[in-house]
Design a protein around this ligand. Sequence first.
Ligand code: AMP
Length: 226
Amino acid sequence: MRLILLGAPGAGKGTQAKLLEKQLHVKHISMGDILREEMKNNTALGQEVKKYVESGGLVPDEVVTKIIENRFQDPSIAQAGYLLDGFPRTAKQAEDLDVILTRINQPVDYVVYMEVDSEVVIQRLTGRRVCRSCAALYHVKNMPSKQEGICDACQGELYQRPDDNEETIRKRINVYLESTTPIIDYYKKKGTLLTVDGNTDAEKLRDELLTIFKEDGKIDTSKNKK
Ligand code: AMP
């Protein structure tokens, strides 16, 4: 299965990607996670992207596209499939991604567009917590960890992303509206767009998606038991 998840910040792409990854055994490629890992390790790339990520702006196209190009050199992708989360985010990235996917003959099956209300976005992002070690996602109200501040999966420390404050969230939403929404039309015209309700509970949405994939003959769910 080859998927792209599209949607505003807070649409639930990361949560959905983690749920689908478990069922479909695809390679989950989260651009935000990759950039935060580089920043955490203080690499040259991490230092280069920090100002964009922390201010809620977009990292330049050529930098993120290069990262994706490198990831797609992994030969196991042809076997496992992929799930892109947070890439592409601009028309240029979408066009360059097409070139890469055509070259390696791994065209996308669905671009899942998660539509979500703006109040839901603010509520989700201001309460979001992330594990510093394994990047698992929590929410102080909707999905709290068992022990406050500690990851259920790996006991790592939970933190609030510096770009999850109200001012930066508003900037990220504006950047999304300006730079990312045009690619919704791009995929609509290509016929790969699947629009779903991102306000829905994540597990319910996962089940809806799996049903669609199954009905379309894209997966055999007998191999994907929960
Ligand atoms: P996310 O974790 O998807 O919310 O991404 C966090 C931040 O990483 C964004 O606000 C951008 O600064 C940067 N970023 C992630 N993906 C991209 C992309 N495809 N293009 C440019 N910047 C990106």
